[in-house]
Design a protein around this ligand. Sequence first.
Ligand SMILES: Nc1ncnc2c1ncn2[C@@H]1O[C@H](COP(=O)(O)OP(=O)(O)OP(=O)(O)O)[C@@H](O)[C@H]1O
Ligand SMILES: [Mg+2]
Length: 357
Amino acid sequence: MKFDFFTERMPPLIGVDISSTSVKMVELSEGSKGSHRLDSYAIAPMGKEAVVDGNITDLDQVVDAIQRAWKLLGTREKRLALALPAAAVISKKVLMQSGLREEDMELQVEAEANQYIPFSLDEVNIDFQVIGPAPNNPEAEVEVLIAASRKEKIEDRVAAAEGGGLKVTVMDVETYATEAAYELVANQLPNRGKEQTVMIVDIGAIMMHINVLHDNQSVYIREQSFGGAQLTQEIQRRFGLSLEEAEIAKRRGGLPDSYELEVLQPFMQSLAMEVARALQFFTSSTQYNSVNHIVLAGGCASIPGVDLLVQERTQVNTVIANPFNEMSLSPKIKQQQLVADAPALMIACGLALRRFG
Ligand SMILES: Nc1ncnc2c1ncn2[C@@H]1O[C@H](COP(=O)(O)OP(=O)(O)OP(=O)(O)O)[C@@H](O)[C@H]1O
Ligand SMILES: [Mg+2]
């Protein structure tokens, strides 16, 4: 496998998000008129000791979830695109003279990397991509994005895939995958989000990942510890359920009447407050005074009414991400189930997109 965050076009592959609660897979193909088609997707839950802080801590559990997800997909494709959490990657934009040969660029990338990577270069994988002419000196310089990660972070993920009999052909970064999927969500916004400031808030089980884009370019990334696991734990505690039972009840209902008012509502209130806090952090620490739209993603975005509550609290137009909204669907996909699952599939979808240019 090449460690390449940036390779442009790829053969067929499956996008795989190894997250803290599940392994999620998405397989896309080319639809009509340059559009995409969702062939299949799968979500295989894992215990909470399998992946901690983005690190694989129980390889067997992850391998097992990968195998289950892959079976559910019902594909023959064995090539995967995976991603590392942003925290496992150091990235930096640098300026270089334009027109350098590939070899000279590599040397310069290494020299730059040496300066800002706190460990030996033998222990890291480095990749780079020319973004384009330098805004302040477009004639003579280009902007280059360098990304580096410790080898073991990559090797752990590759080992999990190989343990499941599959092969990693692309290693991306979760934030880049979210941005790629966002391009499919932008059609839910006026003028496709052009010239606007959009805050993507992915609220998973443990973490809230914030990525702000201005004119469709990422300008800010941050994490806050908050997620749906808090709600699951409260359900377990209140109603004496196991983790699995609580997860099922959360999605399908069937909990006592007190659940809505005493458990769900307070959780939704704190979720809206956390989003408002993230928004305030952003506006107070950057040149931006406001955002035009909030895009909610992650499993918690599927809680009915959460968008309205966030919108009320922040006074910012809020939409729920559905990266598949313009895709054609394989007949085996259940539309209603997909709408509930789509927000949590942003990263897997962004990775599945890597097979296209
Ligand atoms: N329909 C739903 N209604 C309520 N909660 C849901 C629904 N679907 C998923 N969730 C909750 O969302 C969380 C999982 O979301 P997601 O898959 O985005 O998390 P993750 O990616 O595993 O977590 P992280 O990003 O923190 O590693 C769980 O807490 C789950 O209970
Ligand atoms: Mg996640």
